[in-house]
Ligand binder design. Structure first.
Ligand SMILES: [Zn+2]
Ligand SMILES: [Zn+2]
Length: 545
């Protein structure tokens, strides 16, 4: 369902889908917790200890039912302790699960072919099988790859398959620890753990070095059961009862989408299938477990890493969008932080796992020339704040909204226009145009000139849009005495007005709007009185944005 929705959004926005996430589940058969993560010295498992230090560990993870292989392995696959059914392959007795397995859930829900779901294990004449469930079954079974006899060679094959096919879901089954444990030779048992640990380390190194897997892969390590506590039954040589040594096993997770945490929540074997489902986006309706969301975090993916608006007119708002995907197993909370000149919608959002959201960014350019800002996305995926650079170039066309009142107004030319007659700039003008010169007083004018101001009688109160080509600055000649001046297309701070010569003494600027008032800023379209003590020039340059 959600795949269709993401695809529809992607088409809508003309954008790409998020990268495929990957999971590799390593099952180390029959390693006792006291020789793996339960050994604080990490004597036999230095690589798993190192991964635990940067990833997630469930402190109390249990085989909560039957502590022997032929029941616990199917329970890991299917997320339930439902008993498997007996069958034969080529006359050899074996079993199949009665409920669907993680590979079936994944392949059916995500439409993956068999190369997307791998089961890597040693050579078996009659391996245990996934389900024949009517809604899932053989059409969704994994690719069984089983040619080797010991863990290092199983890993060698797995590495080749991973490199060639990059399956999204891989289960790597390492059998030697249990076999060597049953031998009763401590050195053989612990050596097998050290080999399995080195394989986990090699897997991690391989993933980090692979451009497809890097930053898109979660590795989980667990066991089907532990072994008897020392002094219980045959000690490490056996397993199968309810002693704490048989019950307590490891659950280690590392890589993308995993928090750095030690979970205090007591978890159990059936929780593995829903947890991988949260990472890969499948549902597991027949599992009795619950996803271990406390060890997961969202994965933010943006459809674009920048927004380029190109050339836009000044004062016109343009919009574009970025699709935010959550490729992780828990909800993504998002806060959008607009940059200068931008607005972002929505300002905050929650994106559910494997869902997406369109974030709309609007940009209004207020000054000519190139413009750059960024939109920030504050989120909880563990990688801090994402930043989307936003660029645009303001063209030289502009629409200035000039506020006017009914009656006499002191106005100026806010943009260069084709027709600069009073009626061309201010349609409906009720009078002629009157400029002022200190020597000759009020003078009738035919058109508005840049930098000068005029009296003009207008019919009503409101904003008059004046469309034209923008001017960023004007140089206005002034004479000793009172002068009427206007601003360019952008506001100019009175304190930024440059006097030529520099010794010129100026009065404050005064605007008129039903009475005179001192003005700190000269606004486009308005006119201002200013008194000079000499003849010279004023340079009115738009203040920086
Ligand atoms: Zn086992
Ligand atoms: Zn036991």
């Amino acid at each position: 369902m959600f795949r269709r929705r993401v695809a529809a959004l992607a088409v809508l926005a003309g954008l790409v889908q998020p990268p495929q996430q990957h999971v590799v589940l390593v099952i180390i058969d029959g390693a006792r917790y006291s020789e793996t993560l339960g050994d604080s010295a990490g004597l036999y498992s230095p690589r798993m200890h190192a991964l635990a230090a940067s990833g997630a560990v469930v402190d109390t993870f249990l085989n909560d039912s039957l502590t022997y292989t032929e029941r616990a392995i199917p329970a890991i696959w299917s997320g339930t302790w439902t008993a498997p059914a007996d069958t034969t392959i080529g006359g050899v007795a074996t079993q199949y699960t009665r409920v669907p397995t993680l590979w079936e859930y994944f392949r059916k829900d995500r439409g993956a072919d068999s190369t997307g779901a791998l089961y890597e294990l040693k050579n078996l004449t009659a391996p245990w099988l996934p389900s024949f469930h009517p809604q899932y079954g053989p059409a969704y079974w994994p690719w069984y790859d089983m040619h080797q006899w010991s863990d290092p060679y199983v890993w060698r094959d797995a590495r080749l398959r991973l490199a060639a096919f990059h399956p999204a879901l891989t289960v790597l089954y390492l059998a030697d620890v249990d076999h060597d444990g049953h031998s009763g030779v401590w050195a053989d048992y612990t050596h097998a753990i050290a080999v399995a640990d080195s394989i986990v380390g090699a897997l991690w190194d391989f993933v980090q070095a692979d451009p497809v897997f890097r930053n898109s892969t979660t590795i989980l390590v667990t066991n089907d059961h532990g072994r008897h506590l020392n002094g219980t039954g045959t000690g490490f040589a056996g397993h199968g009862d309810a002693c704490w040594g048989c019950r307590r096993i490891e659950l280690l997770a590392a890589g993308r989408g995993v928090r750095h945490t030690t979970s205090p929540v007591r978890r159990r074997i059936p929780d593995i299938v829903p947890t991988i489902g949260a990472l890969l986006g499948y549902t597991s309706p027949f599992s009795t477990g619950q996803a271990m969301t406390e060890i997961l975090q969202p994965i933010l993916f943006l459809s674009r890493d920048s927004l380029q608006f190109g050339t836009s007119p000044i004062g016109v708002t343009r919009s574009d969008s970025v699709v935010v995907y959550n490729a992780g197993g828990t909800a993504l909370t998002l806060q959008c932080i607009p940059g200068t000149g931008t607005t972002v919608d929505p300002p905050t959002a929650v994106v559910l796992p494997h869902d997406s959201l369109i974030v709309r960014v609007s940009l209004t350019l207020t000054h000519p020339g190139p413009f750059a800002t960024s939109v920030g996305l504050s989120h909880n995926d563990g990688l801090g704040v994402a930043s989307i650079p936003v660029t645009g170039i303001a063209g030289d066309s502009i629409v200035v909204q000039v506020p006017v009142t009914g009656g006499w107004n002191l106005v100026s030319l806010p943009a260069d226009v084709a027709n600069s007659s009073p009626a061309g700039v201010f349609p409906g003008a009720l009078s002629g145009l009157f400029g002022f010169h200190p020597d000759s007083g009020y003078v009738h004018a035919e058109e508005l000139l840049p930098g000068r101001a005029y009296w003009l009688k207008l019919p009503g109160t409101g904003a008059v849009p004046v469309a034209g080509t923008c001017r960023t600055g004007d140089t206005v000649v002034v004479t000793a005495g009172w002068n009427m001046v206007g601003a360019p297309s952008f506001p100019v701070a009175a304190s930024d007005v440059v006097r030529i010569p520099g010794g010129m003494i100026l009065s404050p600027f005064h605007r008129y709007r039903m009475g005179y008032a001192q003005a700190d800023t000269l606004s486009p379209g308005a006119g201002y009185w200013v008194k000079s003590d000499m003849t010279g020039s004023l340079v009115l340059q738009a203040s920086p944005p």
